[in-house]
Design a binder for this molecule. Structure first.
Ligand SMILES: Cc1cc2nc3c(=O)[nH]c(=O)nc-3n(C[C@H](O)[C@H](O)[C@H](O)COP(=O)(O)O)c2cc1C
Length: 335
C-alpha cells in the first residue's frame, strides 16, 4: 500500500499548517505545495465563495496537491444574558480605547458549515483536514466519493482512535507547544509532540501527522523517527514573505515575550503571545460566541496596529521562526 506522501506525490514530508484568519495566503499555500510539501488553506473563517476563490488562486500558481481546512461544526452552546453582559463589560474598555461602539453579540456567531463543506467538495482539493471535532459519516463518505483524503485533528491518543474509527484517512496529533487553537474536542492531553506521536502510532494504523513546536529539520526528523508520516508546521512560516501576517503581528513576534494558552479571544483554548486581552479577559463566552464577540475588536486593532488587542497566535518555538520565501523555510525544515 502507498504511504500518504506517496499518494499525495510529496517530495518533502512537511505540511504547511492551515492558518485561518489571513496568515495562510494562497501564495504561501502554493509555494509550499510547489516546493514538494503540502500547503493548506485555512478556510475555517471563509465564506463558501472565498473558499472557491482561494482554491482557484492556489491552482493558478501550482498544479501540485493542497489541503483545505475547516472547523468541524459544533453544537452552539446557549449563553445567558448575564454571561453576555459580563463578557461585553470586559471588552468595553478595549472598544473605548479604539473609538468602537460598545461590544455586542451578533446574531450569527458561526460560519455556515454546510455551505463551506459544499464548496470544499466542489473544489476537490487533494485533502480536506478539519479540527475541533468529528465529521458525520455522510460527510466523510462525500469526501471519499470525491476522491478527497480526510484528515482529522487529535490532541490525545483517544481522540486519534475515535477519528480512526470514524474512517478518516490520516490524523494530525497536536502537541501542547503548537500555536493557534487546540484542535481537539475532548480532554486535551497537552502532551509533548514527540511523545504523543510515539503513543499514537502505537495504537492507530492510519498515518499520523505530527504538529506542535517543529521549528527545525532536527525537530521534523525527531517526529518522523517517532513514526509520523508527515510533520505539520505553522509557526515556522509566520514570518515568511508570502504569509499574511500583519506588520504589527510580525513586530510582536520579533519583540518576543511569553506564549500562553488563552480562551480570551474565541472561547476555545489557543496558544499565542500574551497581551492585554489574554491578561485581562477572564470571563469569555464559550466558542463560537466569544470569537464573534471579539471580531470587531480584532479587526479594528489590526487596522490601528494595536498588538495589545490582536490574537497573536504563536507556538512555543516562535523565536526560531525565520524570514524569507516560504520555499526557503521549507528547505530549512527538511531533514
Ligand atoms: C496563526 C495560526 C493559525 C492557525 N489556524 C489553524 C486553523 O485554522 N486550523 C487548524 O487546524 N489549525 C490551525 N493552527 C494550528 C496548526 O494546525 C498546528 O497545529 C500548529 O501550527 C503546529 O504548531 P506550531 O505552530 O508550533 O508549528 C494554527 C496555528 C497558527 C500558528
Amino acid at each position: 500500500m502507498q504511504s500518504v506522501p506517496e499518494r499525495l506525490d510529496l517530495t518533502v514530508p512537511i505540511v504547511l499548517a492551515p492558518m485561518a484568519g489571513g496568515v495562510g495566503t494562497p501564495a504561501m499555500v502554493a509555494a509550499v505545495s510547489q516546493g514538494g510539501g503540502l500547503g493548506s488553506v485555512g478556510a475555517a473563517y471563509l465564506t463558501s465563495e472565498q473558499i472557491t476563490t482561494q482554491g482557484q488562486a492556489v491552482r493558478a500558481q501550482t498544479d501540485r496537491p493542497f489541503a483545505v481546512n475547516l472547523f468541524a461544526p459544533l453544537p452552539v452552546p446557549t449563553v445567558s444574558a448575564e454571561q453576555v453582559d459580563a463578557a461585553c463589560a470586559e471588552l468595553a474598555p478595549f472598544h473605548a480605547s479604539l473609538g468602537l461602539p460598545a461590544p455586542s453579540l451578533p446574531e450569527q456567531v458561526q460560519e455556515d458549515f454546510e455551505a463551506q463543506f459544499a464548496a470544499v467538495v466542489a473544489l476537490r482539493p487533494a485533502v480536506c483536514s478539519f479540527a475541533f471535532g468529528r465529521l458525520f459519516p455522510a460527510q466523510l463518505a462525500q469526501l471519499h466519493g470525491a476522491g478527497i483524503l480526510s484528515v482529522g485533528t487529535a490532541t490525545s491518543v483517544t481522540e486519534a482512535q475515535v477519528l480512526e474509527a470514524d474512517g478518516v484517512d490520516a490524523v494530525v496529533v497536536q502537541g501542547s507547544a503548537a500555536g493557534g487553537h487546540r484542535g481537539g474536542w475532548q480532554e486535551d492531553a497537552l502532551a509533548d509532540t514527540v511523545a504523543l506521536t510515539r503513543a499514537a502510532v502505537e495504537v492507530v494504523r492510519i498515518p499520523v501527522i505530527a504538529a506542535g513546536g517543529l521549528m527545525s529539520a532536527a525537530d521534523v526528523r525527531a517526529v518522523l523517527d517517532a513514526g509520523a508520516a508527515l510533520a505539520q508546521c505553522g509557526t515556522a512560516f509566520l514570518l515568511a514573505d508570502e504569509a499574511g501576517t500583519s506588520a504589527t503581528y510580525r513586530a510582536a513576534l520579533t519583540a518576543g515575550g511569553e506564549t500562553v494558552l488563552t480562551t480570551a479571544f474565541s472561547g476555545r483554548s489557543a496558544r499565542g503571545l500574551a497581551n492585554a486581552v489574554s491578561r485581562e479577559v477572564h470571563a469569555p463566552l464559550p466558542y463560537p460566541h466569544q470569537n464573534a464577540l471579539t471580531r470587531p475588536l480584532r479587526t479594528a486593532g489590526a487596522a490601528a496596529g494595536r498588538a495589545d488587542v490582536l490574537s497573536l497566535w504563536a507556538g512555543t518555538g516562535y523565536a526560531q521562526a525565520t524570514t524569507g520565501p516560504a520555499v526557503s523555510i521549507l528547505a530549512r525544515l527538511t531533514p
